[in-house]
Structure formats: C-alpha cells, structure tokens
Design a protein around this ligand. Structure first.
Ligand SMILES: [Zn+2]
Length: 150
C-alpha cells in the first residue's frame, strides 16, 4: 500500500469511528469553503471568459474532449485492435481485464483510462464488443443467457 493510500485508509477509519473527528472535518470544510470562495469564483469566471464559450457548455466540452482523448490513448496503448479478430473501430472496442477482476474495479471513466495508460503489468487487453461479450459468456458472467445457450 502506498503511503498516500495508507494515509487515506487511516483517515477513513478515523472518520468512520469518531463523531468528534467528523465534526472537526465538517467545521474545517466549511471554513475552507468560506476562505477560498471569492478566489475560486474569480478563477472560475476567468477560466470561462478565456474559453470563449458559455459557462456550462464550455465545461462539458472540455471534459468531453479530455475523456475522448484519454479513451483513445488507452486504446492506442493496447494496440488499437481487438485481440481476437483485429476489429479496429474505437467506438466498439472495449478494455478487458485479462484475468477477470472487472467487478472489483470501476471500468470506465477518466481514472480508469489513466490506469490503463500507466499500467505496466499487462493485465488489460482490447476486445471488440462481440468478443468481450463472448468472453463474459464463457466465463459464466452472464448467467441466464448462458444457461439458455449451454
Ligand atoms: Zn473481436
């Protein structure tokens, strides 16, 4: 466990067990919120003004672009094609855990794609939607339908 993860775990334990600590946290959060409110609002306004777009739209556009870029980077890292059949349209390519484990871990979102990009253990692979589904059937992850086809 990394130092940061250990620290987070200790924090969560303390937060879960001590009402006094929870109270302290919420006081501190409120304080920090008030302390930085004006500065944050000003920074946000500047950022929106610079983007040249209407507020909420600017934000969702930037987030969407980042998301798409990360997805493409993750797919590129895994070779750009389905491992089984070589299918290469990114819209129907899915990142698969080689040895299972998808249930234990979130399997989409920016953090997940970043993990795939940073991974050096080789535990991810690329499958097209069809082969990912077929794999799930073969591993018994899709119960009712599997029984029907067995
Ligand atoms: Zn395939």
């Amino acid at each position: 466990m990394s130092r940061r993860a250990a620290k987070n775990a200790a924090f969560r334990r303390r937060y879960a067990t001590s009402a006094e600590f929870r109270e302290q946290c919420s006081d501190r959060n409120r304080e920090q919120y008030q302390k930085h409110r004006i500065r944050r609002m000003r920074a946000q306004r500047l950022w929106y003004a610079k983007s040249g777009l209407e507020c909420s739209r600017a934000r969702s556009k930037v987030l969407r672009e980042r998301y798409v870029l990360l997805h493409l980077q993750a797919i590129a890292k895994l070779g750009n094609v389905c491992k089984v059949c070589g299918f290469s349209d990114a819209r129907a390519l899915q990142i698969d855990h080689v040895n299972g484990g998808s249930g234990r871990e979130e399997n989409n979102g920016r953090r997940y794609y970043q993990r795939v990009i940073d991974d050096t253990s080789g535990r991810f692979q690329l499958l097209c939607s069809n082969h990912n589904l077929i794999k799930a059937h073969e591993e018994g992850k899709i119960g009712a339908v599997r029984r029907k086809h067995a």
